[in-house]
Design a protein. Structure first.
Length: 410
């Protein structure tokens, strides 16, 4: 199986998404949207059965491209071959038992089938079916055949299926499929990436400052952005150390993870590991205040009274420390979370923070009750010490992370 020819972050990759006729087709809508947000040009090829679940208008609206559905569309353009020829990657999601069997047998009953036979690009399948079907010997054999030919797979996962069934066979989540796709696209060009060989240290998550063994002061950070940045950096060939506070997201593979749950340990680990780093990204949400005293036993209401005002002191300013001791040639990136609804106020605060902390780049993101935290769409603005210009990036955090990294080393 050939490798991808597209350079992620340079020329937009041309991705074909084949959608087979399973209930998981509704999740493929989110997959297409995620790929578009990451900057890909996406052509959706739904099978006739898939169109019974999700119609052409939806696919065209989400992909922003026309949707071919027949072998006899645009015959003069030889579309049944051209779509495969021009693809940098072909994804089949969901890949049903019938579709996997057809692929294994080399059949071409429809436009998706001819595209799969005509392409020399990597092919990624996301199987989705009931557990009994997934475990059937014929499906097992077909998957083995496809894998032996170089087909890539993501999933299936265990979870809720159709009806009330639960088990192995659930299609992988759209974000995970998109991440696998992006890794495949980047694999062929990682040696040419400006991130290749870079030593990158990234902090992520929110710190917790304990008042007693069960109570702590914390914040709403989930670590989604920092972890997304780590994934994107690894995909671009960097060596990544993730200094993780408290995360609510799965840790990516291929990186060194150092746990730093509170401000003191975060400062210690970041200072120690940043000295030799080419790029340092301080995405963690570190407490501004920490308790002067941490009680060794759980405090009771009788001990604190009706009101309680624990004494607090300022936490170490990690970003300022990193800025004050920044080695020559190191790129230091800070994050500024702002809650103001006024754009000018947010930007003024971010630029002021960039100057005070001596960072090279400051990433401004607005946060609040309904925005900024967790696996949601986000919008960030990059400010640069070396330039008066700024850059706005928006989309899902996994998409924003990759484009943010590409902007840093342009």
């Amino acid at each position: 199986m050939a490798t991808a020819k597209a350079n992620v972050g340079d020329t937009p990759p041309n991705i074909v998404v084949g959608v087979a006729g399973g209930i998981a087709a509704y999740k493929a809508v989110s997959l297409v949207r995620e790929l578009v947000l990451r900057g890909a040009t996406v052509t959706v090829i739904p099978t006739a059965s898939a169109l019974k679940f999700v119609g052409v208008p939806t696919w065209e609206a989400i992909s922003r491209n026309a949707v071919p559905t027949s072998l006899f569309d645009a015959v003069a353009e030889v579309r049944h071959v051209a779509l495969g020829h021009n693809a940098d990657l072909v994804i089949v999601a969901p890949a049903t038992a019938h579709t996997l069997a057809s692929m294994a047998a080399g059949l071409a009953p429809d436009l998706l089938g001819t595209t799969l036979l005509a392409t020399r690009a990597p092919v990624l399948v996301a199987p989705a079916m009931h557990t009994e079907m997934w475990e059937h010997p014929s499906v097992v054999a077909n998957m083995a055949t496809l894998m032996s030919r170089g087909i890539h797979a993501v999933g299936p996962e265990s979870g809720a299926l159709t009806g009330q069934d639960v088990g192995l066979g659930r299609m992988a989540e759209p974000e995970d499929i998109a991440e696998a796709a992006w890794n495949l696209l980047g694999a062929a060009v990682v040696s040419d990436s400006p991130w290749a060989g870079k030593n990158v240290v990234i902090s992520a998550g929110g710190t917790r400052e304990y008042l007693d063994p069960v109570r702590f002061m914390g914040n709403r950070s989930t670590g989604e952005m920092g972890v997304s940045l780590a994934r994107a950096a690894v995909a671009r060939g960097a060596t990544v150390t993730l200094v993780a506070a408290n995360l609510e997201v799965a840790l990516p593979g291929g990186i060194e993870v150092v746990h730093a749950p509170d401000a003191a340990s975060m400062e210690r680990e970041m200072v120690a590991r940043s000295a030799e780093a080419d790029v340092v990204i301080m995405a963690a949400a570190v407490a501004d205040w920490v308790p002067v005293e941490t009680h060794s036993e759980k405090l009771t209401k009788s001990e604190t009274g009706e009101t309680w005002s624990p004494e607090l002191r300022q936490a170490p300013d990690i970003l300022a420390t990193l800025g004050a001791h920044k080695p020559s040639g190191q790129l230091l990136v800070g994050f500024a979370a702002e809650t103001s609804d006024d754009v000018a106020t947010r930007e003024s605060h971010a630029r002021d923070k960039m100057a005070r902390k001596n960072t090279d780049v400051m990433v401004l993101n607005q946060v609040g009750p309904q925005v900024g935290f967790g696996p949601v769409e986000t919008a960030v603005t990059l400010f640069f010490t070396a330039s008066p210009q700024s850059r706005a990036i928006e989309g899902m955090k996994s998409s924003v992370a990759g484009r943010l990294l590409d902007a840093l080393l342009e």
